[in-house]
Design a binder for this molecule. Structure first.
Ligand SMILES: [Zn+2]
Length: 442
């Protein structure tokens, strides 16, 4: 009884919900939304996952989209919202994106690129959408992105593919595109470290991997990224070093490992990279949603497969960012954030869903672990018309409106106060992610 009374007093003093939370928002929800939205629009954002690039830049990713892949409705280039993006960013004067009208947009972008030298063009895009800085998750950094505003997140999947990849490449049309690009990326890391041939022992191969991580960190890299779900199942066994040594020595000189042997070796390398991420203060970003390409296997890359790695106390020093928050399994995914070192990024969810649905995802996350979720757009240069610029705009707009709507419902349903809602908005849009990088980003 005494405890219950004390809780009542605390609630009254701190001005928190005066009554029990209710299951429906009240008639004030729209007003609250209208009040919150302009305040949320004023919060400078940190975009935790994005691929800024000009449309013709092959270094935007360490893989490429397979041709003719199915696209969810909202991410198709006939989405009428892109007209709003073009109007907001470039003053587009038309109400459709017909071929004839799109030419105006292309000319306008080219003119601006010519006027704005160096890094000014993309800086101006961030200014227009009130994003203070944005991760550039790219194969390599170009000279047209200012590294102070576009911190680099580099790809580390290629270290998993050092052997003969004939079998993997032949599996289906998507792998036929992805795997050779991993070989190419591994070759680029080798050239970076002045290595002509892969070393003969596992110990030396691991040393080479660490050198790349350290060099990339010195060159401004703030995190490593895996898109491994595109290439193989994300269930990782826990092989011994002796097993990996044996496999490396056997296959680095040639020969085709069996699927099982190759995966065992990759499991060891994946865990090595995760451990190094902790030691070198490089958070580990992992693609955890469904992905592009018709052959993407969702059940084999289910975010929950990663539990055996991220709940392993050996990796407590490693910060994990679950990119795309496990979508469409975001309800299960939020419980992974119970781990102190695990965070969820909401990018892609806000592009593939409309704000009405994305609002419900954010609300559920905010009601569970609000201090463990971060904002991202997953902007990408899909084509000349739907560029990084437009997808930045659509991602930011969608996230801010969905966030305001989720918080308005929570306030109206007596879950939180308006002051607390604004704290949560700052945390999600900026503060939580920025804290992960120990002063390296702002
Ligand atoms: Zn991405």
């Amino acid at each position: 009884m005494r405890i219950a009374l004390r809780i009542c007093c605390l609630i009254a003093v701190s001005g928190w919900c005066a009554a029990q939370a209710r299951p429906f928002p009240g008639p004030d929800v729209q007003q609250i939304y209208q009040r919150l939205l302009p305040q949320i629009e004023k919060i400078p954002a940190f975009d935790h996952h994005a691929h800024p690039a000009y449309a013709d830049d092959p270094d935007v990713d360490a893989m490429a989209a397979p041709p003719n892949a199915s696209e969810a409705m909202r991410t198709r280039d006939d989405n009428p919202e892109l007209v709003a993006a073009a109007k907001a960013l470039f003053g587009y004067p038309y109400n459709d994106l017909s071929a004839e009208h799109s030419k105006w947009l292309l000319d306008k972008k080219n003119e601006l690129k010519k006027q704005m030298k160096g890094t000014a063009y993309f800086d101006s895009i961030l200014d227009k959408i009130n994003t203070e800085s944005s991760v550039a998750n790219r194969a390599m950094m170009p000279d047209y992105l200012d590294p102070r505003r576009f911190p680099w997140v580099f790809f580390t999947d290629s270290f998993l593919w050092p052997f003969n990849n004939e079998r993997e490449t032949a599996r289906n049309a998507d792998q036929g595109i992805y795997i050779p690009l991993q070989e190419k990326m591994l070759g680029r890391w080798m050239r970076q470290e002045n290595i002509i041939k892969l070393p003969p022992t596992l110990a030396e191969y691991l040393k080479f991997i660490t050198q790349v991580l350290e060099d990339n960190s010195r060159r401004g890299g703030i995190a490593m990224k895996f898109e491994v779900a595109y290439f193989r199942p994300t269930t990782f066994s826990d092989p011994s070093r002796a097993q990996a040594e044996d496999l490396y020595q056997r296959y680095v000189v040639g020969g085709i490992p069996s699927e099982r042997e190759y995966r065992t070796f990759q499991d060891f390398i994946f865990r090595y990279l995760v451990q190094e991420g902790g030691r070198l203060h490089l958070p580990v970003h992992i693609h955890t949603a469904v992905g592009i390409g018709d052959y993407f296997n969702l059940s084999q890359s289910n975010i929950m497969n990663l539990e055996s790695v991220i709940r392993d106390p050996r990796y407590a020093a490693t910060t994990f960012v679950m990119i795309h928050g496990g979508y469409p399994l975001e309800r299960e995914a939020i419980w992974l954030a119970a781990m102190k070192n695990v965070y969820l990024d909401s990018s892609f969810g806000e592009l593939t869903q409309y704000p009405s649905a994305f609002k419900d995802t954010l609300k559920m996350w905010l009601e569970t672990f609000p201090d463990k979720i971060t904002f991202g757009t997953d902007c990408f240069p899909y084509n000349q018309v739907l560029g990084s610029e437009e997808s930045y705009w659509l991602g930011v707009q969608s996230s801010r409106t969905a966030l305001a709507a989720a918080l308005a419902e929570m306030i109206s349903e007596n879950e939180i106060t308006e002051a607390r809602a604004l704290e949560l908005a700052h945390a999600y849009l900026h503060d939580t992610a920025v804290k992960l990088y120990e002063g390296r980003v702002h």
